[in-house]
Ligand binder design. Structure first.
Ligand code: GLY
Length: 282
């Protein structure tokens, strides 16, 4: 990991004790989930991947809140896009894709009633915001201005979280900002090595108030990992051997949990897409 000077980062924003997840993959995902390039999907393999993901979250001992798979919403396993949750506040997003708009209703109910988060809504009818475009570093937000998220969506985020700065990052090729980056720990920004990832990093470094350690992964997809309770859910050796090597070198074995994602990746799903991490009040 490299940084000219590494600021001391707060750990509290990452102290999650609950995860909102989809119990299983709906059968409709195979034929109808959105994907940038058409690819056949093996439903059973996606289900095995989701079961492995839930098992990993059980291992790290977070409480589960579960949304049932809904056949009307082929992308519903990707709960991350439906809300941005930080320190007890939950902004319900407005996903850009029409087929995903109503996914937020059940997510809102669970966040409010089961996880006791304070709900914020987007008022601007022209705003679009997918949670996959929102990177919370623990200190500030970055929002991908993408095919899915517009500047009105970024403004809605800033309004819901006035205590944090929100910077927009222009992206062109990737689906979401987090298709090529995520937080691998407090102050540790995991980032891919594509041209687009490098451009996003440059924008982040220009706009940021903080000096993050960057963990550069050879594969953009592998830069999407989940840091929770001191554990790191990341790519498998089979899928991304070079990136796996980086995780192996930088993190102790007992905090790393490799998670298969090759089938869900065919419908543009990364590891962060499959949960919303929450600090549930005691
Ligand atoms: N398949 C995930 C998405 O396009 O939103």
């Amino acid at each position: 990991m490299s940084s000219s000077k590494c600021t001391k980062f707060r750990t509290e924003p990452f102290e999650y004790n609950a995860a909102l997840v989809c119990r299983d993959v709906p059968a409709s995902l195979a034929a109808h989930a959105l994907r940038r390039e058409w690819s056949e999907v093996d439903l059973q393999v996606t289900r095995d991947e989701q079961a492995g993901y839930l098992a990993a979250l059980r291992k790290v001992d977070v409480e589960f809140a579960v949304v049932e798979p809904n056949e009307e919403f082929p992308d519903c396993v990707f709960v991350e896009d439906c809300a941005v949750v930080v320190e007890g506040r939950a902004l319900i997003t407005r996903p850009c894709a029409a087929s995903r708009r109503k996914e937020v209703d059940e997510i809102r109910r669970i966040l409010r009633d089961d996880l006791r988060q304070k709900i914020y809504e987007i008022e601007d009818a022209d705003a679009t915001l997918d949670g996959g475009d929102v990177l919370f570093t623990g200190e500030e937000f970055f929002v991908g201005i993408s095919k899915r998220t517009n500047s009105q969506g970024a403004m809605a985020l800033a309004k819901a979280f006035p205590n944090y700065s929100v910077s927009s990052i222009k992206i062109t090729d990737q689906l979401h900002l987090k298709s090529m980056m995520s937080m691998a720990g407090p102050g540790i920004l995991a980032i891919g090595r594509s041209k687009e990832a490098k451009s996003a990093l440059q924008q982040i470094l220009q706009k940021s108030n903080f000096d993050y350690c960057t963990l550069t992964l050879p594969d953009d997809e592998a830069a999407n990992c989940v840091y929770v309770k001191g554990f790191l859910l990341h790519c498998t050796k089979q899928e991304y051997p070079e990136s796996y090597k980086v995780f192996e070198e930088k993190f102790p074995n007992d905090v790393r949990i490799p998670i298969p994602n090759s089938e869900l990746h065919k419908v543009d799903g990364g590891l962060t897409c499959r949960c919303i991490l929450v600090q549930k009040p005691f």
